[in-house]
Design a protein around this ligand. Structure first.
Ligand code: 3HC
Ligand code: NAI
Length: 703
């Protein structure tokens, strides 16, 4: 028997056990082992077979590391033919997560049982591919066309009880011993003379599908999928499932799977998958670094960020105390949390009971002494260095030894904040993104003295609350906001040079951003940047008017963005639709004239290069300075914190795909045309471009 697949006879049931840690991915050895086990079992004394997995999960899918490598027989589809054609009844026993090829394996079995805690799903679309081992043909046969499409185009897993309602699971077994329960289930099927139920034999009633259904589904999907080919091909495969016999449908699926797997989009999304996991690993920190126990958390400041952060912890059952400056501020903060949860309940995504449980975990105080016993404090007060230092001095005085003291600052120097305490080793940055209960990114900021176990703990806590973590060293704006400066600056300068807000946003959205830079500024509020500029000017900084004059004039005209129904755009008060505004165009023209800028036609290509190349250039500086550990960490920050399109892999991966030579030469060209002030190639970019190298190749040379 193979190393990863074992077989035993338990009475009259043959039990095939898969054991391929960590997640039982369908590697070549596993496919071969499973196929041999099923073949061998055909001729032994067993009357039925059970497929069960060891470790934390059922098969979690194809082995993604094998994509793009020469195929090794048996292929997954061929292996599944062996399973489906087994003359002995075959039962899949699911725990953990049966995802992608894992669920497809279970669907090739004759029956499926699962623990109630198990989840099943087809997440391939998140990797830029489609279910390529029969999923697009079998799920519609079991669950119906619409439910199958929703499952595959969202990629989100569902619980075993839900899957049972959708006919994907035959039996939910609530047991401590899944193997024993599956054996009993198989025995009962044999005893009752149950047939070998093959999903392929189910007929889809094509007549029940309304004319125009697929065209309508595609149209709705287009807005969400933003040019991603995989979701479109999933619809084509399901259409094939409806119109064609099973084997022809499988052929269509295979062809489209190969097209997707070879696409740059899928390469980029697979890069993001592995980058996300790599980003949690801190260089020089062993994986077994001890972690501190986090049982109680406190948040200081219950405003926009503090409230969202408190929800993150309550959502995973960790009690939170929120400290505010006054009873009134506290009530306001807690009120916003209540409102946010009620909206979720109204949308049907949570019930009243769950809301009550989560709210019961959040308490409020105005007294620092109530924070004496918490394990982790996250400060989210006003972005003012003096207030932050004062808060940390107070925390130092009341918090127990070993408590982790974190700041959510966007820009302040975490070393300075740490040095306001007598325990800088316990101080760290935990930079969440707004809305904190929704956005996936958590930038973990390592200050000079932050202890290793504090970093390891924060990475673990971040994962627990559902965040994707990336490590940054201390610098102004850390990785994400520091890089954003050049992007925002160019958006503004493009306006003066001749582009309109709508043109700039459309070009960025055409590139794949969820929202263009100016629409985003309107959403965040133009007054936020305005106040920050005022503060910097008060400290003596002289700001270049070309980088902000229109934005400042809009604020001074009372146009603060969406909240005042006017900013770079006008907003329809009912629909919130953004509308171009001639007043803004006139304002831009006026300021361009004042600065002596002759406005001209600007191509979308120029817009995209001027917005995104500064991100790449700043990213290169960040790497050279050791602020980010690796280029792929920067990609994670942008994909999860700034909605950079995953299908482009993040700015550094995108740069490698464009070619660093081309990026470097464009920057030199902009330097010639627009002046050297904002167009200085980073030395690392220059070096790699001249060597014909890439960020990915460079990362491999760094220990
Ligand atoms: N292939 C190869 N490696 C995988 C893998 C896969 N499908 N899934 C996870 N891994 C690796 C991770 O890279 C990580 O490696 P590392 O320790 O070296 O960093 C390790 O397994 C553990 O993974 P996680 O840290 O993600 O473990 P969690 O316990 O947090 O999560 C999980 C487990 C929910 C199974 C999660 O790993 C996951 O979502 N995996 C991917 C599932 C997936 O996308 N499946 C579909 C694959 S495509 C497919 O099946 C095509 C088919 O239709 C033909
Ligand atoms: P906010 O103004 O909405 O909330 C700040 C809260 O802190 C207020 O409720 C205020 O009453 C309270 N507060 C002020 N001084 C306090 C003190 N001494 N003790 C206790 N509470 C006090 O601000 P917001 O937006 O929540 O920002 C908070 C921090 O998070 C800032 O450092 C900001 O830079 C950072 N941040 C903000 C993001 C955003 O998009 N708003 C994103 C990421 C980080």
């Amino acid at each position: 028997m193979s190393k990863v697949v074992s077989y035993e006879l338990v009475g009259n049931i043959g039990v095939i056990t898969v054991d391929n840690p960590p997640v039982n991915a369908l590697s070549h050895a596993l496919r071969e082992g499973l196929q041999s086990a099923v073949n061998a079992a055909q001729d032994d004394a067993s009357e039925a077979l059970v497929l069960v997995c060891a470790g934390r999960t059922f098969i979690a899918g194809a082995d993604i590391t094998e994509f793009g490598k020469p195929p090794q027989a048996p292929s997954l589809p061929d292996m599944l033919v062996t399973l489906e054609n087994s003359r002995k009844l075959l039962v899949a026993a699911i725990h953990g997560t049966a995802l992608g090829g894992g669920l497809e394996t279970a669907l090739a079995c004759h029956y499926r049982c699962a623990l109630p805690t198990a989840k099943v799903g087809l997440p391939e679309v998140k990797l830029g591919i489609l279910p390529g081992a029969g999923g697009t043909q079998r799920v519609p046969r079991l669950a119906g066309v619409k439910a199958a499409l929703d499952m595959m185009t969202s990629g989100n897993p569902i619980s075993a009880p839900q899957a049972s309602e959708m006919n994907i699971i035959d039996e939910v077994v609530d047991t401590q011993d899944l193997k024993a329960a599956a054996i009993e289930y198989a025995k009962s099927l044999v005893e009752s003379g149950a047939p070998l139920k093959r999903v392929r034999d189910i007929k889809i009633d094509a007549g029940s599908i309304e004319p125009g259904f697929f065209a309508g589904y595609r149209k709705k999907l287009a807005a969400r999928a933003r040019g991603q080919i995989a979701s479109d091909r999933i619809v084509s495969c399901v259409e094939a499932a409806v119109k064609l016999p099973m084997d022809e449908g499988l052929e269509v699926e295979r062809k489209m799977f190969m097209e997707c797997v070879q696409s740059p989009q899928s390469q980029a999304m697979r890069h993001v998958f592995f980058a996300e996991r790599e980003a949690t690993k801190i260089k020089g920190l062993p994986a077994d670094t001890p972690v501190r126990d986090i049982k109680r958390v406190a948040i200081v400041g219950g405003g926009t960020m503090g409230g969202g952060i408190a929800m993150c912890f309550a959502n995973v059952g960790i009690p939170v105390t929120m400290l505010e400056i006054s009873d009134e501020a506290l009530e306001r903060g807690l009120g916003i949390i209540r409102k946010n949860y009620s909206i979720t309940v109204k949308k049907g995504k949570m019930d009243e009971k769950e809301m009550g449980e989560r709210l019961a975990l959040i308490s409020g105080t105005t007294d620092y002494n109530d924070l004496a016993s918490v394990d982790l404090v996250i400060e989210a007060v006003f972005e003012n260095p003096d207030i932050k230092k004062e808060v940390f001095t107070k925390l130092d005085a009341v918090c127990k030894q070993g408590a982790i003291l974190a700041t959510n600052t966007s820009y302040q120097n975490v070393d300075d904040i740490a040095n306001a305490t007598k325990r800088p080793q316990d101080v760290v940055g935990m930079h969440f993104f707004s809305p904190a209960n929704v956005m996936k990114l958590l930038e973990v900021v390592r200050a000079e003295h932050t202890a290793d176990d504090v970093l390891a703990t924060v990475m673990k806590v971040g994962k627990k609350i559902g965040k994707v973590c990336a490590l940054s060293r201390v610098c102004y704006g850390f990785i994400g906001n520091r890089m954003l400066t050049g992007y925002g600056r160019q958006a503004h300068m493009l306006l003066l040079d001749g582009a309109t807000p709508a043109q700039i946003d459309a070009a960025a959205e055409g590139f794949g951003m969820a929202m263009g830079p100016l629409a985003m500024s309107d959403l965040a509020g133009l007054d936020v940047g305005y106040k920050a500029r005022q503060a910097r000017e008060a400290e003596g900084e002289v700001m270049d008017p070309a980088t902000h004059c229109v934005a400042s004039a809009l604020v001074e005209a009372g146009r603060l963005g969406q909240k005042s129904a006017a900013g770079y755009y006008k907003y329809d008060p009912q629909t919130r639709a953004r509308l171009e505004d001639p007043e803004v165009t006139a304002l831009i023209e006026e300021h361009a004239a004042k600065l002596g800028i002759k406005r001209r036609e600007i191509s979308d290509e120029e817009i995209v290069a001027r917005l995104f190349y500064p991100l790449i250039n700043e990213g290169a500086l960040i790497l050279e300075e050791g602020i980010a550990q690796r280029p792929s960490d920067i990609d994670i920050v942008y994909v999860y914190g700034y909605a950079f399109p995953a299908a482009k892999g993040g700015p550094m991966f995108f740069a490698d795909q464009v070619g660093l030579k081309s990026v470097y030469e464009s920057i030199l060209q902009f330097q010639k045309e627009l002046g050297p002030k904002y167009w200085q190639p980073a030395p690392l970019l220059e070096k790699l471009a001249k060597e014909g190298s890439s960020f990915a190749a460079w990362a491999k040379t760094q220990s």
